[in-house]
Ligand binder design. Structure first.
Ligand SMILES: Nc1ncnc2c1ncn2[C@@H]1O[C@H](COP(=O)(O)OP(=O)(O)O)[C@@H](O)[C@H]1O
Ligand SMILES: N[C@@H](CC(=O)OP(=O)(O)O)C(=O)O
Length: 417
């Protein structure tokens, strides 16, 4: 079986939805295919704003009304039959969303997952109904019944063994003679609550389905020709990698290449499942194949990671950096789930570069203030150049550089953004 994944950009309007239906008809098999969908356009951002408005007691019902209007206007243009069941389903999903807010769960992280999930529920219902109208045999599938997670709300941890068992027992039969249309980004807990997998987590969902069902391949359809040596929004004249080994792709996503969610590569690499990254604008082009590849272009790859901070810890009593004071710092960083991207130590100080999370930094700073002087530098970006050369290094020297480090293949700077 195969897995296709389409993200928000490929579902943002009527033309793009019709385009991906054509891609499925022209490039997908008629059965044994799982189509994993994200929410339409910026729906998840909008749902997050609605959630925040609810928390701060602003006019969130009006925001829900606008999101409903957007979805209904897409349906009006997609469906010939004004009485199609899909209109009822969309209305029902929005009333369920409103009901979740009215229930008013005081656990905000859990409520976030029960509400922000509606983007994918809506997009998958609408798309499944549209495919049916176009004569494509398909079945809507609730991903929450198959991707089982714990209740680590907003970033559910997948129970791989259980998910695999559930999928293998039901889905091979269900995929016979039809394709399955399901949601990215969503999992379910034993208590039948929704758990989301972390923002931009739909690529990861595609990898979970592929891993559990021993897929032949996964294809992620994007608005770019494949994996480029830099984000084309940041750098002109980028080059396409026609193929990349899993390790290179995993490193690029780790350093911040947002084209693929960082958790996507590992499950596929374990099962040696190839990952194709292709353009939904030019589906006929080959794109990038990530897999067990020996040869690939070692051109410099430039990766930007915004929203970075440097935190410098200096021991107040001049004692040198050692395993015991480092473990004190690391334990606190781990307890607060701070994501470290770089670290270095000198005689009496230790520094990290991490994603900016000011509230967490305040807690850490307060807890360590007896033993350490702590300095913060915010408003920075991390730039990583893999396989750098002199020409690529010269591009980034104009702004103030706070941190610079070089290994044989990797050059990294942290600078003002
Ligand atoms: N190395 C890279 N190669 C290609 N695209 C990249 C790269 N790094 C960042 N991007 C960005 O990733 C975007 C596609 O990812 P994303 O918008 O998250 O897709 P989707 O919403 O479909 O999952 C591209 O439009 C591009 O700007
Ligand atoms: N809709 C979710 C999950 C996702 O992966 O979306 P996309 O594939 O559009 O990045 C989000 O925006 O976080």
């Amino acid at each position: 079986m195969k897995v296709f994944k389409f993200g928000g950009a490929s579902l943002q309007n009527v033309a793009s939805i019709k385009n991906i239906a054509r891609i499925i008809q022209n490039y997908g098999p008629k059965e044994r295919l799982i189509v994993v969908l994200s929410a339409m356009g910026k729906t998840t951002d909008n749902l997050e704003s609605i959630f925040n408005a609810y928390k701060t007691e602003e006019d969130y019902p009006d925001m829900i009304y606008h999101l409903k209007k957007y979805h209904l206007s897409i349906c009006n243009n997609l469906f010939e039959n004004r009485y199609d069941r899909v209109f009822y389903r969309v209305e029902k999903l929005f009333s369920d969303l409103e009901a979740e807010f009215r229930k008013g769960d005081k656990n905000f992280a859990r409520l976030y997952d029960q509400t922000v999930c509606y983007g994918e529920l809506l997009s998958s219902y609408i798309f499944s109904a549209y495919l049916a109208q176009e004569g494509v045999n398909n079945q809507w599938l609730d991903a929450r019944k198959y991707i089982q997670t714990d209740d680590n709300w907003k970033e559910g941890i997948v129970d791989w063994a259980w998910s695999e068992k559930l999928m293998k027992s039901d889905l091979p039969d269900l995929m016979k003679g039809q394709i399955l249309v399901t949601q990215g980004f969503l999992g379910g807990t034993v208590s039948e609550k929704t758990a989301t997998l972390g923002r931009e987590g739909s690529d990861f969902s595609a990898a979970i389905f592929a891993y559990c069902l021993d897929a032949e391949s996964v294809t992620i359809w994007k608005d770019v020709p494949g994996i480029l040596n830099a984000d084309p929004r940041r750098i002109h004249n980028t080059c396409l990698f026609s193929q990349l080994p899993y390790k290179e792709a995993a490193e690029m996503t780790y350093y911040g290449a947002t084209v693929i969610h960082p958790k996507t590569i590992k499950p596929l690499a374990i099962k040696k499942i190839p990952l194709y990254v292709k353009s939904f604008i030019h589906p006929e082009e080959a794109g990038t194949c990530i897999g067990e590849v020996e040869e690939y272009d070692t051109i410099p790859a430039i990766i930007f990671k915004p929203n970075q901070s440097i935190i410098r810890f200096e021991q107040k009593d001049y004692s040198s950096v050692n395993q015991s004071n480092l473990s004190q710092v690391f334990n606190l960083l781990a307890a607060n789930n701070v994501k470290i991207n770089l670290m270095k130590s000198s005689a009496i100080s230790f520094s990290i570069c991490a994603n900016t999370e000011k509230e967490k930094f305040e807690i850490i700073s307060e807890r360590l203030s007896d033993d350490f002087y702590i300095d913060f530098y915010h408003g920075l970006e991390l730039i990583t150049i893999k396989n750098y050369n002199e020409d690529s290094l010269s591009k980034f020297s104009r702004k103030t550089i706070y941190w610079e480090q070089k290994t044989r293949n990797i050059y990294q700077i942290v600078r003002e953004s």
